[in-house]
Design a protein around this ligand. Structure first.
Ligand code: 13P
Length: 217
């Protein structure tokens, strides 16, 4: 099985036109590959097409109802997405998402037929294993886990291979991806010890992103 390469565009780019340009620049190269594009939800419907896997960056924990502004797993599934990122550290920190929120979202996403990718990871002053134990304790064993230490996200300070191996071993039979300052120089090392990568900044640069994909294929 080829590793899973996930592009998390986060809240980028600013316009639909730019999103289409970014996507059109890689479309041919990622067709029928184990690559998932997670653009902002508002752009999904305009980008979704045959032969390419898509995911959302978040979802709500209910499928419908009086929840102004929320987007449900069933809605995401119905437009043709296969995946959803849940509990990214930016959501946990900026939008106060708790482990309970994450667990509720995962349950609903799975019921809706989406494949959740749950992000876990510690800050510099936290104990890695205490934190991730808490973060995964109510998460189904089949859910993909992305280990993204907070200090490695967008900093250029990627985690050591030894550290990622320790986390992978701690997570035992779970499927584990790594995320945090992945680039075309370090991708190969992580791919040797994980089930794939969750890529932020480098996924907004087509040349760099395609180099990473070439490493995996
Ligand atoms: P960077 O690749 O920009 O460090 O971001 C990682 C991330 O948060 C992906 O979800």
């Amino acid at each position: 099985m080829k590793p899973l390469i996930i592009a998390n565009w986060k809240c980028n780019p600013e316009t639909l036109k730019e999103a289409q340009e970014l996507f059109n620049g890689i479309k041919k190269d990622i067709e029928n590959k184990n690559v998932v594009i997670c653009p902002p939800t508002i752009f999904l419907s305009s980008l979704i097409c045959e032969g390419i896997k898509f995911g959302a960056q978040n979802c709500f924990s209910e499928n419908k109802g009086a929840y102004t502004g929320e987007i449900s797993p069933q809605m995401i599934k119905s437009i043709g997405c296969e995946y959803v990122i849940i509990g990214h550290s930016e959501r946990r920190i900026i939008f106060n998402e708790s482990n309970v929120d994450v667990s509720n979202k995962v349950i609903k996403a799975q019921q809706s037929g989406l494949i959740p990718i749950v992000c876990i990871g510690e800050s510099k002053d936290q104990n890695t294993f205490e934190i991730i134990e808490e973060q995964i304790k109510d998460i189904d064993k089949d859910v993909l886990i992305a280990y993204e230490p907070l200090w490695a996200i967008g900093t250029g300070e990627n985690a050591s291979i030894e550290k990622v191996k320790e986390v992978r071993d701690f997570l035992k039979e779970r499927k584990v991806l790594y995320g945090g300052s992945v680039n075309s120089q370090n991708a190969k090392d992580y791919l040797e010890i994980t089930d794939g990568l969750l890529i932020g900044g480098a996924s907004l640069n087509n040349e760099e992103f395609l180099k990473i994909i070439k490493t995996a294929y």
